[in-house]
Design a protein around this ligand. Structure first.
Ligand code: ADP
Ligand code: ADP
Length: 225
């Protein structure tokens, strides 16, 4: 099955009102396992709306959604919550790390919440943090890390529970080019190794050239980039 399948996704804000705004008009997208797809669009085109719909944070007016093969449109809140927790990893521009916990703990805790044992959770957290060059920062709290380091911890946290699908909104916004490359290399390696599929909104042309594929959001539909 695919990591993500969207078909005929429609979304209008303020429907039936004078200020009605049709943001998505039949958007369709398939992200295969192991595939890293870039999403580019001008500001206001509906990128966040699409990512929120794919992440089951927002409901479309119409359309079909499958996450790792499982139908999510019309699913109960309980099922959507489970899919979000077990199948989807999110990276936002503002990362919301837990301020009172260390980098290591920020990557361990979501795994404990999902039922992993502490030994396995810590081993996985150390591996992920090592892949993005943070082995020397395990005991630092977010306030003791640079913006770019915090972003890298957020990346590891998003992947902590080995999701099938990673959704990211401008994930490398805070990173200098070298670090951004390194995080992207880690993402590509994980996609190849584990079949993780990723949809990454970015304005970074350099980065989008390294993706497997780019789609553009234009007039409410997705077209090849
Ligand atoms: P992008 O992420 O591409 O900048 P968004 O998905 O955030 O675009 O928004 C797309 C359009 O929909 C924008 O014009 C925005 O103002 C509008 N919009 C977003 N959320 C809402 C909302 N809750 N109610 C009404 N309009 C909204
Ligand atoms: P914004 O105006 O940037 O959309 P929000 O207050 O809606 O700000 O959300 C802050 C961040 O948290 C956003 O990047 C949004 O994508 C994310 N977010 C919103 N709702 C949820 C949720 N229920 N679970 C996880 N992340 C969320």
């Amino acid at each position: 099955s695919d990591a993500l399948l969207l078909e005929g996704i429609e979304k209008t804000y303020n429907p039936g009102r004078a200020n009605a705004l049709r943001v998505l008009g039949g958007a369709a997208l398939r992200v295969e396992k192991g595939e890293v797809v870039g999403l580019v669009a001008p500001s206001g085109a509906g990128k966040s709306t699409l990512l929120h719909i794919a992440g089951l944070l927002e409901t479309p007016d119409a359309g079909r959604i499958r996450i790792a093969g499982e139908p999510a449109d019309g699913a109960s809140d309980r099922v959507r919550t489970r899919l979000r927790r077990d199948r989807i990893g999110f990276i936002y521009q503002f990362h919301h790390l837990l301020p009172e916990f260390s980098a290591l703990e920020n990557v361990v805790l979501p795994q404990l919440a999902a039922g992993s044992g502490s030994g396995a959770a810590e081993a996985r957290a150390r591996d992920l943090l090592d892949r993005v060059g943070l082995s020397g920062r395990l005991d630092h709290r977010p306030a003791e890390l640079s913006g770019g380091e915090q972003q890298r911890v957020a990346f590891c946290r998003a992947l902590a529970n080995a999701p099938d699908l990673l959704l990211a909104d401008e994930p490398t916004g805070n990173l200098d080019p070298g670090t951004s490359d390194r995080v992207f290399d880690a993402l590509l390696a994980l996609a190849r190794e584990t079949g993780l599929g990723a949809l990454i909104a970015t304005h970074n042309l350099e980065l989008s050239r390294r993706m497997d594929r780019v789609v553009r959001l234009e007039d409410g539909v997705l077209v090849p980039g």
